[in-house]
Design a binder for this molecule. Structure first.
Ligand code: SAH
Length: 238
């Protein structure tokens, strides 16, 4: 059974069911390398929920999670914050279909899963600069990620990038891209796997590891040409 500080029993039950379904479906097709319950609870669930430290605010939040894979952090945030509206964008059809099944299984009415690419969606009027928060975990280098995500963020909103241990070089390299897209790095929140385990009432893992969340504020509208086609973003990152 998953437990987590601040969540109701019903929410913890939803997470537990999510883990069971993830393990079952993972045997059919490869959705995640993480398959032990304790690892799913810390590395997927508690890690996804750590973002709340930077994004919890009063009132409803319109959030887009880009490149959500099997649903992280998007679906985890949807369970934890039922009053928020979550749009989960995942280009790979089988992963998006898995998320849709999870949403149905758990009766999540605050999630829509879109099986599309960010570069296309970010130019659609209903999505461009429409979100209070955009999240992305393990999607790409911040230099590329900035172009894929910041066009979705409302001026005044923020991007939360979930990153691993070494971010200094990546942040330095990404500053010009973030600036061009009208973003500004606001905060970095560092945390450890041991802290995640503690919040989920699990024993301290043998192998610890540091992770970082990067919060980027959006100060004005992005130039209309961004995001470019993916080939161009990769070939000539901002
Ligand atoms: N966020 C998840 C998955 C990370 S893997 C997690 O942390 O577990 C990165 C995912 O991003 C892949 O599933 C890939 O299909 C998706 N992705 C990468 N680029 C994308 C793009 N431009 N548009 C939409 N999805 C993308």
């Amino acid at each position: 059974m998953f437990t987590y500080t601040g969540l109701t029993d019903q929410q913890c039950q939803a997470f537990t069911q999510f883990a069971e379904f993830l393990r079952a479906e993972n045997q059919k097709y490869n959705l995640t390398r993480i398959t032990e319950d304790a690892d799913i609870y810390t590395r997927h669930f508690a890690d996804s929920l750590e973002g709340l430290v930077l994004m919890d605010q009063d009132g409803p939040v319109k959030l887009l999670d880009l490149g959500s894979g099997p649903g992280f952090p998007g679906l985890a945030l949807a369970i934890a914050r039922p009053q928020w509206q979550i749009t989960s964008v995942e280009a790979t059809g089988k992963k998006a279909a898995f998320q849709q099944q999870v949403a149905e299984l758990l009766g999540l009415t605050n999630v829509r899963v879109l099986p599309v690419r960010a570069e296309t969606l970010a130019h659609a009027p209903g999505h461009r600069e429409q979100y209070d928060v955009v999240t992305a975990r393990a999607v790409s280098h911040c230099q590329i990620l900035a172009e894929l995500t910041l066009p979705f963020v409302k001026p005044g909103g923020q991007l939360i990038a979930y990153k691993g241990p070494d971010i200094d070089t990546e942040l330095t390299q990404s500053k010009p891209a973030i600036k061009t897209l009208k973003g500004k790095i606001r905060a970095v929140h560092a945390y450890t796997r041991a802290e995640l385990a503690q919040k989920a009432s699990l024993p301290t893992p043998a192998e610890d590891g540091q992770m970082n969340l990067i919060a980027v504020n959006k100060n004005g509208p992005c130039p209309k040409v961004y995001p470019r086609a993916y080939g161009q973003i990769k070939k000539k990152p901002l």
